[in-house]
Design a binder for this molecule. Structure first.
Ligand code: C2E
Ligand code: CA
Ligand code: CA
Length: 575
């Protein structure tokens, strides 16, 4: 018996020393990741002496990412007998090391918990070599930017992604103007310095998820995966980036102590659902556009699609006009009365009006969507808020108008500004107007993105007394789940339903449902676009007493609105 035990011990020691002689650390693990045994050479690998591991589990010992790989390998090995080829990295005292893991299920007596043998092999050298090969194959050595091959690969992925989603991407081909002249006159090494500086400037123009690549020579590409889902958004975003690039690359360079001036020509091709395209086609389009930019005199950008280019130019012209219009006081607010039971005026919606020096009255439906795509809407929106607040403050001093509220339309872009809440609150404070008299009109399209952010902003404004109305209700993404979560005060039935409420049974049902829905959520309901007594009666029969429309009054300049108010109040029965 003693003899037998000694033999077993000897053979166990033999086995142990065999295992210890293997350079790769070996562990025995349970399915729950518990360590039962380990070979001698694991010490620095697991941040603690091997002996201290026994009884602990993998998730207790390894960082989360590595632990997940091991646990996943254990589960696979349990199902399939073995698993191998899993890789994980560990940050050890001697630097980041890569390991390849193979796990095999041990034969155990029936009924016993399964046990696993895991072996970790240090593959850091191989990994480094792979990375080096990848760097050489896919990156440009001069600028360290992705090269043409990697760009093609990424574009391929982006094309697949845009085909699936509904957004569009943009490929911007950038060619330096007169680069060859610099190279020929001052030498290639100076040319190289310029290319490196260009690379750095391009990187500063884009987000981390976008790709900046060098195709070779003085040709660069910027690829933006997502420039927006509507054509107007996509053009606007791509144009903004392209303009930034032309401006930034046109700034002077310091090349070995000498100032150098350069410029660039940028060709823009959009890709996505409607813009179609393979990798080759997309490249070709950006190339065509880039040559158009060159032909247009360089130091500029061109879109591939002539219609897009026209849209870009019209937008640019309008942008200039809007800015000028603001400087020349061409904008005005008109006020459309909102009435309650007994036609008592409870407030007004502020509506923007523009009298263009050449085109005359431009309807907001024409310039707001364009202004929305770019900077001016922000300034214009701010102007609207300030003007409306100033009006509120004036009314506050007049007993017959002090109770009026003003409803102000807010665009998505305005609302998305990170400091929107501060802008509104500081404008309110500056004007002396009472936040409780202000109602902001939002549209449902706003809630398609970043609902959480919107709710936070609404709550912050609401806490100061600002009210919210949901404009054009019924035409958008109406969903009960978000309606309940938004801190709204009012639903505004879209005028298209009101228009046909007496003639279209469908619209009549929609209107009735909206009224019931609003009231069940504890919200006021107002109808807009009310033009006839019949429509008004239908609405009030079904419980909607608040209304706005030509039946009461068109939107009026402020003097006319005040006169309307006086006449209306005078004609009103007391009580
Ligand atoms: P909205 O917010 O739905 O404004 C209501 C529109 O219906 C206004 O057109 C108004 O004049 C018109 N309207 C009012 N009553 C009646 C009626 O009885 N019948 C008919 N057929 N129409 C009526 P408007 O002033 O042309 O404004 C068009 C849109 O432009 C507005 O639609 C709003 O989306 C936008 N807008 C106007 N002012 C501003 C502003 O200051 N900021 C922003 N972001 N958008 C604005
Ligand atoms: Ca409105
Ligand atoms: Ca509306």
């Amino acid at each position: 018996m003693v003899q037998r035990t000694a033999e077993i011990l000897a053979s166990q020691n033999q086995l142990k020393s065999t295992l210890d002689a293997i350079r790769d650390p070996i562990f025995e693990l349970g399915l729950d990741g518990r360590y039962y045994q380990c070979s001698a050479n694991v010490d620095d690998l697991l941040f603690q002496p091997g002996g201290a591991l026994i009884g602990k589990t993998v998730p207790e010992v390894l960082p989360e990412a590595a632990a997940q790989v091991v646990m996943d390998a254990l589960r696979t090995a349990n199902l399939e007998g073995h698993s191998q080829g899993r890789e994980y990295a560990l940050e050890l005292a001697r630097g980041v090391r890569w390991f390849e893991l193979s796990v095999a299920r041990k034969a155990v007596d029936g009924g016993c918990e399964p046990r696993f043998v895991a072996m970790s092999r240090d593959i850091t050298e191989r990994k480094t070599a792979e990375q080096e090969i990848r760097r050489l194959a896919f990156y440009d050595p001069l600028t360290e930017l992705p090269n043409r091959r990697l760009l093609q690969d990424r574009l391929e992925h982006a094309l697949t992604a845009t085909a699936r989603s509904h957004h569009q991407g943009a490929l911007l081909l950038i060619d330096l103007d007169n680069f060859k002249a610099l190279n020929d006159t001052v030498g290639h090494d100076k040319g190289d310095i310029l290319l490196q500086q260009v690379a750095r400037r391009l990187l500063s123009c884009v987000r981390e998820c976008d790709t900046v690549a060098r195709l070779g020579g003085d040709e660069f590409v910027v690829m933006i995966d997502d420039v927006g889902s509507t054509p107007a958004d996509a053009i606007g975003h791509a144009q903004t980036v392209a303009e930034k690039i032309v401006t930034l690359l046109g700034q002077p360079y310091d090349i070995a102590g000498h100032e150098h001036r350069s410029s660039s020509s940028v060709g823009v091709a959009l890709f996505g659902v409607d813009t179609g395209g393979t990798v080759e086609e997309t490249f070709k389009r950006s190339d065509v556009a880039m040559y158009q930019a060159k032909a247009a005199g360089r130091n500029t950008l061109r879109f591939f699609d002539p219609a897009m280019q026209a849209a870009v130019e019209a937008r640019a012209a309008l942008e200039v006009d809007v800015r000028q219009g603001m400087a020349n006081n061409e904008f005005q607010l008109h006020y459309q009365p909102q009435v309650g039971p007994g036609n008592r005026v409870i407030g007004a919606e502020a509506l923007l009006r523009w009298t263009h020096p050449r085109h005359g009255a431009v309807p907001p439906g024409e310039f707001i969507p364009v202004a929305e795509q770019s900077g001016p809407i922000l300034q214009l929106g701010q102007w609207v808020l300030e003007t409306a607040f100033a009006q509120l403050a004036v009314w506050a001093a007049d007993p017959s108008a002090a109770a009026l509220t003003v409803a102000v339309n807010v665009s998505v872009h305005q609302f998305r500004q990170p400091d929107f809440v501060d802008q509104v609150l500081s404008a309110l404070r500056g004007s002396g107007a009472d936040a409780h008299r202000l109602k902001l009109e939002l549209t449902e399209s706003m809630f398609a993105f970043d609902l959480e952010d919107i709710i936070i902003k609404m709550a912050a404004l609401k806490a100061q007394g600002v009210g919210f109305s949901l404009d054009d209700f019924g035409t958008g993404y109406s969903s009960l789940s978000y309606l309940k979560r938004l801190p709204l005060d009012q639903l505004k039935i879209d005028q298209s339903f009101v228009h046909d409420v007496l003639t279209d049974a469908n619209d009549a049902s929609i209107v009735r449902i909206i009224i019931t829905l609003g009231h069940s959520l504890g919200l006021d309901v107002i109808a807009e676009g009310v033009e006839t007594i019949g429509q008004r009666q239908f609405l009030s029969t079904h419980g909607c007493e608040l209304c706005q429309g030509y039946l009461i009054s068109r939107p009026l300049p402020i003097a006319a609105f005040n006169a309307f108010l006086q006449a209306h109040t005078a004609g009103q029965a007391p009580g």
